[in-house]
Structures are given as structure tokens and as C-alpha cells.
Write a protein that binds this ligand. Structure first.
Ligand code: RVP
Length: 484
């Protein structure tokens, strides 16, 4: 019958990257990419917007490593704004909460204050915040011996090196080295204090030289919002979010598309729309979306395909969407189903610019939730946002048909546990290192080059068996491989 003349759709295990001539050493593969029209990352990796995966703590670490954390939406709108602000302030060059001294205070008082606030120096300002001097532990020490009741005015250094708001980290460091000082007050045209840059702050930022930052140097922030949550989208945007993700299980719903379009028109942040899994869906959103997220049913905790009988195996879904998106120069994110680094780089080969993972990060220290021990092994909770538990806790309307109190949910996700993994940075290191190996095998030094150069071969089930460790008993756990 006509109806059964169906096309085939493939997923990760159905394909492998064809090895090619190469001069690319994996370590040299450049992982920089775009996640949306205006936002670039240094790693093509996002953490899922799930309440057992991404809150501010994990998002900060993701951005410091070069990727992007997408905040879940099982929280109030106020909490969303607060989490975004935490991310944005985390690596701030200019401290805004400056501990200041007044010229009339005694040296003794300032000494106690600095001790209490945990700072080793403070700008001295008048009632109008005009900077008069700066006082440090070194200025204070001699006075503590002979004049602890003298005024700060006497003890402070009154030739202060200041800078303006637009100072760069490099300029600030140069100033500090040149004048042998550890802090530079930031002032406006009236010499009024607006902030402070410290040596310790600049050096801490240097430790994360691969971090994903906005043009002001703050870490990038991503936020999931429900398709009809204009208030959350606006709050996230006002708080400084770089990318807002319209978070929907089926974004080829025309009501969702209308609303996403409205949200896009209202906010400054980039708007990524998803999830979709077909060429037609991509065509319906590509004219206004800043990025398209792909994944109908591949997630490890997702039962959409079983419950609804609908879905698209992920490699085919990504490549259909990518064909459309590439023509409009819109980035694509492959979301869900990634178990190994090999899956992640296959998703990029299929046409994605970045990948999003949930289960891979849920077991890390930075993810919300406690470590639990079962049968002597350590786990952390991981649950689908369409699971009964997540929906009962609030924002799971992604999978909710109707808002009704008394009717039972029809979940499309499960509640589970995932092995405890330790720090996020080492998980990411394994993930990205494996992806870079893939680029080495294909001979591509950048993500765009890899997308163009990579080719797939089809794998039989015998080939799949051969791919995994086989015919041996594994004696030691590898950090990047644990077959189910
Ligand atoms: P995974 O990385 O395979 O654990 O998949 C994570 C993805 O699964 C999420 O980014 C989201 O797209 C999807 N998800 C989240 N909750 C559910 C559900 O309850 N069905 N699915």
C-alpha cells in the first residue's frame, strides 16, 4: 500500500564517521561554534534545561569551560531572573558591591571593617561617592602602632589611580603592574565611584581563558521558557540572558510558532526554537528563529515515542533540519540521546552546530540534587521534565495537554537515577576530547570544516557489536565508556 512506502530514519548507532586522510591532531581541533545567530561558544556543548541538570551553579561552570548552560523553567519567573543575574555576575570584571571607607572614620574602625568584609583595601569616598583616596592594609599598619584613632584621611593614599567603565581586563592589569597596586576604582566623569577592579579578580578570570562570554565579558546565559511564557522571556531578557529557548516538545505546533514569533519580536536576546525533527518544521520557523533545536523523543528519560507513537530517530532528524537551516545560515542544536562523545560528534556531522545533553551532566557535582547510594553505588536523581514528578513540581507544561487539577497526567518521561560522576569539568573534558578525536579521524580542524568534510557509513548490527568492547570482561572502568 501507498501508506507503507515509508522512508527510513537513522540514529546514532546506525552510522559511523568514515575515516579520512588527516593532518589534524585532535588536540588542535578548534571547537568554537555558534549556538544562535548572535551567540558564539568555545565548545559546541549545552546542558539541558531540566530541573535535575541546569541551575545557575552548573550554568556558571558550563560557561567558564566554554559551553552554555540552559536554565530549566521549573521555578518562578523571579527565580529565573535571579539565576540569570548570578551567572552574569559570576565572573564580573568590575565589582559593584564595593566596600568603601569614609575619610572621617578612624583607622581602627576601617581595619575592623576590612577584616569583617574580607577585603584588604577600600576606596575612600565622600557623601557623594566622589573618590578621595584609597586605603589598604599597608597604609594602615604603621597607624595601628602609633595612631589608631587618627582619621582615615591621614592614612590613605590620596593619589589614586582610577579607570573608567570601559576599561578592559588587560588595561586594568597594566595599570596595576605599572603602579604596583592591587585595585583600581572605576569612576564616572565626576570622579564618583561606580565599581572596582581587583588583581585577584582579573587573575581568576584568566584561569578560564576558554570561557564563553558576552561582549561585556560576562559569562553567557541561556534560559528555557514555555512557548506561551512571555513574562518569563521578558524577565530573562531584562536580567541579561543571551539566548532564550522556546522549550516545547513539539514546536511544529502552529500556536507555539505564533507565540514564539511574538516573543522574538519583544526581546533582545536571541531566540532558539524547538524541538522539531523534520524538514517541514524547520521551514516553518527558520525565517524568524535565531537557532533551531532538534529532538523528538531521543532523550534517555523520554518516553514520547513509546507513549505517543511519534518521533524521529535523531541522526535523520538533525540532518533534515540542518539542510533547511544551513540555507538560511541558522545554527542547529542536536538535543537528546547522546550517551558517548562519539554520538555528539556524529550529531555535528549530521549538521548540528552544537549538542545538548541531559543525562551526561545530571550526575555531576554541579547539577542540583544530592548524591544517593544504592547497593553501594553512588547516583544522582535524573528525571524527565515530562515525568509525573517534574510535572507535579510545576513547569512541566511542555508535555501537559491541559491545565487541570484533578485529571491524571499522561507523562512522556520517567524519573530515574544516573551514576554519580564528580566535577563537570572532567566530564566535559572527556566529551570534548572524544569529539576532537572524531575530528582528527575525519581530518577537519574546525567545526564548520568538519560539517562539510565528514561522511557517514551505515553500520549493520554485526558492525555495531564489533564497535563496542566485545568478547572480554571489562576489569577497570574507563572514564568515557560504560556500556549498559
Ligand atoms: P538526554 O541527554 O538523552 O538525557 O536527553 C536530554 C533531553 O531530553 C532534554 O534536553 C530534553 O530535550 C529531553 N527531555 C527532557 N525531559 C523529557 C521528558 O520528560 N520526556 N525529555
Amino acid at each position: 500500500s501507498e501508506k507503507l512506502r515509508v522512508s527510513e530514519a537513522l540514529t546514532f548507532d546506525d552510522v559511523l564517521l568514515r575515516p579520512k586522510e588527516s593532518r589534524v591532531e585532535p588536540d588542535d581541533a578548534d571547537m568554537a561554534t555558534r549556538v544562535s545567530t548572535n551567540v558564539s561558544l568555545n565548545l559546541p556543548v549545552l546542558s539541558a534545561a531540566m530541573d535535575t541538570v541546569t541551575e545557575a551553579v552548573l550554568a556558571i561552570e558550563m560557561a567558564r569551560e566554554g559551553g552554555l548552560g540552559v536554565l530549566h523553567r521549573n521555578m518562578t519567573v523571579e527565580e529565573t531572573a535571579a539565576h540569570v543575574e548570578r551567572i552574569k555576575r559570576a565572573d564580573e570584571l568590575i565589582i559593584r558591591d564595593v566596600v568603601t571607607a569614609s575619610p572621617e572614620q578612624t583607622v581602627r574602625e576601617v581595619d575592623a571593617m576590612m577584616e569583617r568584609e574580607g577585603v584588604s583595601g577600600a576606596p575612600v569616598v565622600d557623601e557623594d561617592d566622589v573618590v578621595l583616596g584609597i586605603i589598604s592594609g599597608t597604609d594602615i599598619r604603621p597607624y595601628l602602632e602609633v595612631g589608631e584613632y587618627d582619621a582615615v584621611r591621614e592614612a590613605m593614599t590620596d593619589e589614586v589611580v582610577t579607570a573608567s567603565e570601559d576599561v578592559t581586563p588587560r588595561e586594568a592589569l597594566e595599570l596595576m603592574y605599572e603602579h604596583k597596586i592591587e585595585r583600581v576604582p572605576i569612576v564616572d566623569e565626576g570622579n564618583r565611584l561606580t565599581g572596582l577592579v581587583t588583581m585577584a579578580g582579573v587573575l581568576a578570570r584568566r584561569e578560564h581563558d576558554n570561557a564563553a562570554r558576552d561582549e561585556d565579558g560576562a559569562l553567557v546565559a541561556g534560559v528555557a521558557v514555555g512557548p506561551f511564557e512571555r513574562d518569563r522571556a521578558r524577565a530573562a531578557d531584562d536580567a541579561g540572558a543571551d539566548v532564550v529557548f522556546i522549550d516545547c516538545a513539539h514546536a511544529h505546533n502552529l500556536n507555539v510558532i505564533d507565540s514564539a514569533r511574538d516573543i522574538k519580536a519583544e526581546i533582545d536576546a536571541d531566540v532558539v526554537v524547538g524541538n522539531v525533527g523534520t524538514r517541514e518544521a524547520a521551514e516553518a520557523i527558520v525565517d524568524f528563529a535565531d537557532g533551531i533545536k532538534v529532538g523528538i523523543g531521543p532523550g534517555s528519560i523520554c518516553t514520547t515515542r513509546i507513549v505517543s507513537g511519534s518521533g524521529m530517530p535523531q541522526i535523520t532528524a538533525v540532518s533534515e533540519v540542518a539542510d533547511v537551516a544551513a540555507r538560511h545560515d541558522v545554527p542547529v542544536i542536536a538535543d537528546g540521546g547522546i550517551r558517548y562523545s562519539g554520538d555528539a560528534i556524529k550529531a555535528i556531522a549530521a549538521g548540528a552546530d552544537a549538542v545538548m545533553l541531559g543525562s551526561y551532566f545530571a550526575g555531576t557535582d554541579e547539577a542540583p540534587g544530592r548524591v544517593i547510594t544504592m547497593n553501594g553505588k553512588r547516583y544522582k536523581q535524573y528525571r524527565g521534565m515530562g515525568s509525573v514528578g517534574a510535572m507535579n513540581d510545576g513547569g512541566g507544561d511542555r508535555y501537559l495537554k491541559e491545565e487541570s487539577e484533578d485529571e491524571e497526567f499522561v507523562p512522556e518521561g520517567v524519573e530515574a537515577a544516573t551514576p554519580y560522576k564528580g566535577p563537570l569539568a572532567s566530564e566535559l573534558h572527556q566529551l570534548v576530547g572524544g569529539m576532537q578525536s572524531g575530528m582528527g579521524y575525519v581530518g577537519a580542524a574546525t567545526i564548520p570544516e568538519f560539517k562539510a568534510r565528514s561522511e557517514f557509513v551505515r553500520v549493520s548490527s554485526a558492525g555495531q557489536t564489533e564497535s563496542h568492547a566485545h568478547d572480554v570482561v571489562i576489569t577497570d572502568e574507563a572514564p568515557n565508556y560504560s556500556p549498559d
